[in-house]
Design a protein around this ligand. Structure first.
Ligand code: FAD
Length: 391
């Protein structure tokens, strides 16, 4: 990499995107400080379904970026056999809800060369024996053999350790930091206790907090971040390897033999208290357990270990917001949904942009500039027909 290396880069946010960026920067020889409010992975990265995919229909640039995301995970997996504990490509199965069909989605995926196989109900027991074939839509389901899942807290821990080995400083439990801007230049980061950490470049990767933090700097970014939750089950006796995206529940296994569950209907049931506290109704917890039991072979009895609730970062138009902040020199932002799928690739590309000063063509469609008045919005991301979960 040709570099005009900034002397010191401060990354704010200890989720997958901040830590991945810090690790890539440190590996490339930059002086890096990562600061985060609490513990590493205590945000969305610690409560994600983390299905690795480019399923369904989206713009060509976004599909390409996600394929690069999958590519980096495959390389990671090949080079680090021990990652099989927390990173798996055992495939994913999805089927449509009542009155819907995934036939067109399947045609779209096949036309783009995406690894997608149509399964009739009769094939389910052979290809995905962990799934209850009777629960699958009558028309059948789409199996994507190349998809998988990652347990982000494990990946974050490995990346953070690598960053530290490469000389980075990681400040956990630093409280809420903010970017210091002087004359439209990011000059450092102010920690909660008032300490100023000077920086030549700042990367803002605070997940669902990004829009509010940018607004404080006078930069607007459309925001569709909802409150969301996942449910972690107690360890299960049955072997579940397939990631499931079904009309009523999404399911993926964890390294310690649990399942992680979520669903749109359950997300919508969250009650936000006056003090901002998120309350997940007991019926939603039991409902998710029941729905997951129905779609698993043998209908195992599932019990809840814990709920992980908080913000699910989603930019207003659904696509990632990544790149230099036009109005402020020396500031990069990463704010995206699908941050599990994109975790390695976005850290790599943002680190490269920061170090070289050259915008990545791969990220051209994802800059803040697209929200400027009169900007050419290019391709529309989400297809009209696809009732496919977008994660
Ligand atoms: C329920 C759910 C399901 C999901 N499913 C999928 C999926 O299937 N596939 C997929 O690819 N993606 C999925 N995602 C999205 C993915 O998990 C997120 O995009 C990703 O984890 C975001 O990572 P992040 O680093 O941007 O943010 P976070 O993980 O939220 O990390 C941000 C960090 O910044 C810290 N912070 C915030 N403000 C400050 C501040 N002022 N100062 C210092 N630190 C601060 C926080 O404490 C936090 O640690 C899902 C997310 C959720 C919530």
């Amino acid at each position: 990499m040709t570099t005009q290396q900034p002397a010191h880069v401060v990354v704010i946010g200890g989720g997958i995107l901040g830590v991945s960026t810090a690790a890539h920067l440190a590996r490339a020889g930059a002086q890096v400080t990562l600061v985060t409010d609490g513990a590493l992975a205590d945000g969305a990265s610690g409560r994600s379904i983390a299905w690795l995919n480019s399923s369904g229909d989206r713009s060509a640039p976004y599909h390409y970026l996600r394929l690069l995301g999958l590519d980096r995970y495959r390389t990671w997996s090949a080079r680090r056999p021990e990652s099989r504990d927390y990173l798996r490509f055992d495939g994913a199965l999805k089927w449509a809800g009542p009155g819907e069909s995934f036939r067109q989605t399947f045609g779209y995926e096949r036309a783009g060369g995406y690894d997608s196989v149509w399964l009739d109900r009769a094939d389910v027991a052979t290809i995905t024996p962990d799934v209850n074939a009777d629960a699958v839509a009558e028309e059948g389901a789409i199996f994507n053999p190349g998809e998988g899942w990652v347990n982000l807290p494990d990946l974050v821990a490995v990346l953070a350790a690598e960053a530290v080995d490469a000389g980075a400083r990681v400040l956990q439990h630093a409280g809420r930091a903010r970017v210091e801007v002087t004359d439209d230049v990011a000059t450092g980061v102010v920690l909660a206790d008032g300490t100023v950490v000077p920086a030549d470049h700042v990367v803002l990767a605070t997940g669902g907090e990004v829009p509010a933090q940018l607004a404080e700097l006078g930069v607007e970014v459309p925001d569709a971040t909802p409150a969301a939750f996942v449910l972690f089950t107690d360890p299960v006796d049955v072997a579940v390897t397939t990631v499931l995206n079904t009309p009523r529940v999404a399911v993926r296994p964890t390294p310690d033999g649990r399942l992680v569950l979520d669903a749109d209907w359950a997300e919508k049931s969250i009650v936000v208290g006056d003090d901002g506290a998120l309350v997940v109704p007991e019926e939603s917890v039991q409902g998710l357990l029941d729905e997951a039991s129905k779609v698993l072979a043998g209908n195992p009895v599932l019990t809840a270990q814990r709920v992980g609730a908080g913000l699910k970062p989603i930019p207003g138009d659904g696509d990632p917001v990544v790149g230099a902040v036009p109005a402020i020199d020396g500031l990069h932002v990463i704010f995206t949904h699908s941050g599990a799928t994109l975790g390695l690739i976005l850290g790599e590309l943002v680190a490269e942009e920061v170090l070289t000063g050259t915008p990545s063509p791969v990220l051209a469609a994802f800059g803040l500039g697209r929200f400027a008045e009169g900007a050419d919005l290019g391709e529309v991301g989400i297809g009209a027909w696809a009732p496919v979960p977008q994660r």
